[in-house]
Design a protein around this ligand. Structure first.
Ligand code: PAF
Length: 282
């Protein structure tokens, strides 16, 4: 297993092994790896000659300094987990300076409005940070294919928009959410939950499943009211948003239309830990 801390070393290594015919798979992460991340590596190893994974807690995408401070950083454990899948993964775990060179700031992006919905509305600057780091990482790694989890579905759509706007020659592949046995979507932030909170957080996915059932017969308003009421009764939870949106534009739906794909999105605070989840309604 090779681990690079500096982009210059990673680039030299890649230059020495990549030819015009080599396919490079890339899995960008912020570490605290779980089974969902490992499945992205497996997919990349299946599809490509070489797999690179980055582990970098990107400061510019955190709108809340406390969230950045508390974000789990578990590099040694992460490396052990990657080894259980394969020894052949190339790891890039840079310092903030290696990426930002003393200027830890985001570029500003226009993702045709995708950035103004849900996460973008509640986390100002978040998608400028994501766009900045993903674009930089693509420039360093130059991947053929890159893999993203569907839990961050809005991020996935934004990364697709980024590569089409900037004509970056990489195929973006979204992969399904991995869940705990109780339905909770796997997330690095789950590491911060107590066992009791983890158990209780099952309500997030069960609510989405119930909302999906209701969507068949009830209005959008009725579904949203049900979710609102349900979370008002949960003492340790605070609902930040629940939205049913068009999968491609991410715009909230007003009225159902048959030929469109819809998806529900939710963000909930469990005490001070913010969790998101999503479910397809089709
Ligand atoms: O999804 C994540 O872990 C991050 O947003 C990403 C894509 C690695 C960028 O920092």
């Amino acid at each position: 297993m090779v681990i690079f801390e500096r982009q210059s070393d990673l680039k030299s290594h890649l230059e020495s092994i990549v030819t015009a015919k080599t396919t490079v798979g890339f899995v960008p992460t912020m570490g605290a790896l779980h089974a969902g991340h490992l499945s992205l590596i497996e997919q990349s190893l299946t599809d490509n000659d070489i797999t690179v994974m980055s582990i970098f807690v990107n400061p510019t995408q955190f709108n809340n300094p406390d969230d950045l401070k508390k974000y789990p950083r578990t590099l040694e454990k992460d490396v052990e987990k990657i080894k259980t899948v394969s020894d052949a993964v190339i790891i890039y775990a840079p310092t903030v300076d290696d990426i930002y060179n003393g200027k830890t700031e985001s570029e500003s992006f226009n993702f045709d409005g995708l950035e103004n919905q849900m996460e973008g509305r509640h986390r100002p600057g978040h998608f400028d940070g994501v766009g900045t780091i993903v674009k930089r990482l693509f420039e360093i790694v130059k991947p053929t294919n890159s893999y993203f989890g569907e839990k961050d579905f809005q991020q996935l759509q934004i990364v697709k928009k980024l590569v089409s706007k900037y004509q970056i020659p990489v195929r973006i592949i979204g992969r399904p959410i991995f869940r705990e046995p109780n339905g909770l979507a796997m997330s690095s932030r789950n590491e911060r939950l107590t066992p009791e909170e983890k158990q209780k957080a099952a309500v997030i996915f069960s609510t989405l499943q119930h909302a999906k059932k209701m969507f068949g017969t009830k209005s959008v308003n009725e579904v949203a009211k049900y979710v609102d009421k349900l979370f008002q009764k949960q003492k340790d939870f605070k609902l930040e948003y629940f939205e049913i949106a068009d999968e491609s534009t991410l715009l909230p739906i007003i009225r159902k239309s048959k030929n469109k794909k819809y998806r529900a999105f939710i963000a909930v605070f469990v005490n001070d830990i913010r969790l998101i989840d999503t479910i397809s309604f089709n």
